[in-house]
Design a protein around this ligand. Structure first.
Ligand SMILES: [Zn+2]
Length: 469
């Protein structure tokens, strides 16, 4: 009783008043006031509360801040603010086997310099641990000794706070089953998750999906099929979902994330453009748009494509190979969470892929408001509660007492993505209708304005214990 009395008589740091509060954990949707104290949510009530600051959310949705399960922002400041502008409050970096390493050093550094978003990090295997092991080409098979070394480094990194282990099999196409199992066994030992960019897109994507399922079956590791629309959204989505659903019915621990666009971005020098890529993705040079570098905003030709691969292999390009209807096909499945694949270590205004600034507003506009494919509750669940649960972020992804005050306030009537592909507009354009984004109770977006100096994000060091049931 005393506690309740204290609740109503406290002066809070901030109260978000009169909004439509959506809590995906309890599936509660109600009008209420959300009280914030010391970076945490103290509670939700219809009573009037005192606060140093009040935010009027009348007519707007108040929900948990977005947790992006698949980011490449990797500590880059500009990417962080762009992602915050669409409601993201927490990102998982080190995706696709690429990213900062060792994780402890990266996360500690990020806390020292400050960052707008909360960040958790995966141990990146396919590019980074392979390189550290002295594997000089993505076409070189790892030796037994190299595999043992990588497994040892992965274990050390997981013990020091990595939230899981990521692979980008398409980028290291000769990765053996032995190498995959060795990595998965380390993650499984501590029940750490394994997001995997599967071995192939296009016509080979179904076998690539099956391979990830087999890894879960063999080792028990909880897998996440990364950016599924980019892997299978070239006409293979329905078949792939059937394979996943059958496995899930049999109890396999298979999670899936997928985004708002069907045309993927990747480095032009990567193995995605291996021998025969035109057949695999049923496309040609003019279907490739340069996102960064010398030709940003231009469709490529045979000459400029090879020139970029030689001189600027890290330049990001977008391949226009996807089927737009497969975006919704994936996202409407109850087990599929929303991801961006966004952020980029060299991102700047005017370049890149619209996924970094447009993913969540695009889904809210198209799939929630215009097409009624998802409810607002579906959206909130898929963008906060599900990813927070999957990565074990216990104080995130819900609105309730004890949750971190990572909160998004948006106006469903006005929400609109303004990001477009380079050459057609600004891929980093701020969306409309994302009014407040609070990270640990501190606004990074305040009344629609990005707070360029706000760095309230905290690094998330994941706890590690040997798995036991
Ligand atoms: Zn990827």
């Amino acid at each position: 009783m005393k506690e309740k009395k204290d609740f109503f008589h406290t002066v809070y740091d901030c109260v978000i008043e009169n909004g439509t509060v959506i809590d995906p954990k309890t599936e509660l949707r109600t009008i209420g006031n959300v009280a914030i104290l010391n970076g945490k949510i103290a509670g939700v009530t219809r009573a009037r509360l005192s606060a140093k600051r009040k935010i009027d959310a009348s007519g707007k949705i108040v929900c948990p801040g977005i947790v992006d399960p698949h980011s490449h922002a990797d500590g880059q400041l500009f990417s962080g603010y762009v992602m915050a502008s669409m409601g993201v409050t927490t990102i998982i970096v080190g995706s696709c086997g690429l990213g900062p390493y060792p994780v402890k050093e990266f996360l500690t550094g990020l806390d020292e310099t400050g960052y707008p978003l909360n960040t958790a990090a995966l141990t990146p295997q396919s590019w980074i641990l392979r390189e550290k092991a002295g594997i000089e080409s993505p076409y070189h098979t790892a030796t037994k000794e190299q595999i043992q070394n990588m497994a040892r480094w992965a274990e050390e990194d997981l013990l020091q706070g990595a939230v899981g282990l990521s692979m980008g099999l398409e980028y290291a196409p000769v990765t053996t089953w032995e190498e995959m199992v060795a990595m998965a066994e380390v993650a499984a030992k501590y029940d750490k998750v394994m997001p995997i960019h599967s071995r192939a897109g296009g016509w080979n994507s179904l076998e690539a999906t099956r391979e990830v399922i087999r890894l879960q079956e063999t080792t028990g590791v909880r897998v996440l099929l990364s950016h599924h629309v980019y892997q299978c959204g070239q006409g293979m989505m329905e078949e792939s979902l059937k394979i996943i659903e059958k496995a899930r019915r049999q109890g396999y621990q298979i999670a899936v994330d997928s985004g708002a666009y069907c045309d993927f971005a990747c480095p032009v020098g990567s193995e995605v453009f291996c021998e025969g890529w035109q057949q695999i993705y049923d496309c040609s040079y003019e279907d490739i748009l340069a996102g960064t570098g010398k030709y940003a905003g231009q469709r490529l030709t045979e000459e400029t494509f090879h020139e970029l691969r030689e001189t600027d292999p890290d330049a990001s390009v977008t391949a226009f190979v996807g089927k737009p209807y497969e975006i919704a096909l994936a996202l409407k499945q109850p087990y599929v969470m929303i991801s961006t694949d966004g952020g980029f270590p060299n991102l700047a205004p005017g370049i890149g892929h619209p996924q970094t600034a447009g993913t969540y507003p695009k889904i809210l506009r198209e799939l929630v408001r215009e097409q009624d494919v998802l409810t607002v509750m579906d959206f909130v669940k898929k963008s906060s509660w599900m990813p927070a649960q999957f990565f074990g972020l216990e104080t995130k992804g819900f609105i309730g007492e004890g949750a971190d005050a990572d909160i998004l306030v948006f106006d469903l009537k006005r929400v609109k993505d303004n990001a477009t592909f380079p050459g057609m507009g600004d891929p980093m354009a701020q969306p409309d209708g994302i009014d407040y984004v609070l990270v640990g109770g501190v606004p990074v977006v305040d009344n629609g304005i990005i707070q360029k100096d706000a760095k309230p994000g905290k690094s998330i060091f994941s706890r590690t214990e040997i798995w036991q049931m």
